[in-house]
Design a protein around this ligand. Structure first.
Ligand code: ZN
Length: 281
């Protein structure tokens, strides 16, 4: 028994900071999640409020202390950043460092020009949808105990990783804002965590999509679905089937595109999975 405890202790030591139960792994880089201790006694003191730029940030207790769990946007310049923290009416600025991260590049040739050079009609539709999606990503719902411990929505092979810098027919596009899990069409897609369906839609680029709001600015997106099985406002449990995978929208083959949004920033979903499966250091 003693040996097992010792082994367990060693395993805990081997885990990165903040693989402490419940919180995602801290990775303070563009597209990562910075887990910042805020102090205070989480058993007695009310949760501090925190903002990164204009965006309210998720604050969660862990081992009796408060932490800010900050989504770092992909376009953040490495260097010192400031978190604004408000505790019982007193505000302070808390500096934290964002390190550099070089994501790989991928060059893709698409045969269908329609998906690269949009017609005025498609462009109008896509721009309207981008604005709608942007607003959904900024949604905030207070949740006393946000579920930060995710499961994989499908058990698939990793296709494109998060942050991949893509070029379609030689033109730079926005970096990959989620992970692609390659599964056959009509594979059941499960909610990564407990939450509430924020919206469903059928978009030019993302295809049929479900947004699940986990509370406190944490939102997951499931794209290119063949079939959606939930409605906005519906509560979903972790692991509940919400849709079937497919290749609707702009997809070169059947897969699930899964994104995690935190305080409006697209962050690496792999950071929320046990053992950081799929995470690339
Ligand atoms: Zn994708």
């Amino acid at each position: 028994m003693k040996g097992i405890n010792r082994l367990f202790g060693l395993l805990l030591l081997a885990l990165p900071l903040a693989a402490q139960a419940g919180l995602p792994a801290s990775s303070s880089v563009p597209g990562g999640v910075a887990v910042i201790p805020l102090g205070g006694d989480a058993k007695k003191d009310p949760a501090p409020e925190a903002w990164f730029g204009k965006h309210r940030v998720l604050v969660a207790p862990d081992h009796g202390e408060w932490y800010a769990v900050v989504g770092v946007p992909l376009d953040t310049k490495p260097g010192e950043q400031q978190l604004q923290v408000s505790t019982g009416g007193a505000s302070r600025s808390l500096p934290f460092d964002v390190g550099p991260k070089a994501y790989p590049e991928q060059h893709i040739t698409l045969k269908s020009k329609r998906k690269v050079d949009l017609s005025p009609r498609d462009l109008k539709r896509a721009l309207k949808e981008i604005a709608q999606i942007k607003a959904l990503k900024l949604h905030w719902r207070d949740a006393p105990r946000t579920d930060l411990d995710f499961i994989e929505p499908v058990d698939g092979q990793m296709g494109s990783a998060f942050g991949l810098r893509r070029f379609f027919n030689g033109e730079a596009r926005s970096p990959h804002s989620g992970i692609d899990l390659v599964v056959p069409s009509d594979t059941p897609v499960k909610a990564a965590g407990k939450g509430q369906v924020l919206a469903v839609g059928d978009y030019f680029f993302n295809g049929k999509t479900v947004f699940v709001d986990h509370g406190d600015g944490l939102i997951t997106m499931y794209c290119h679905l063949s079939h959606i099985e939930v409605k906005p406002g519906e509560k979903v449990g972790k692991g509940q089937e919400i849709a079937r995978s497919g290749m609707t929208g702009r997809a070169t083959g059947p897969h699930l595109h899964w994104s995690v949004v935190l305080n409006g920033a697209m962050v690496d979903p792999a950071l929320f999975l046990p053992g950081q499966k799929y995470a690339r250091q």
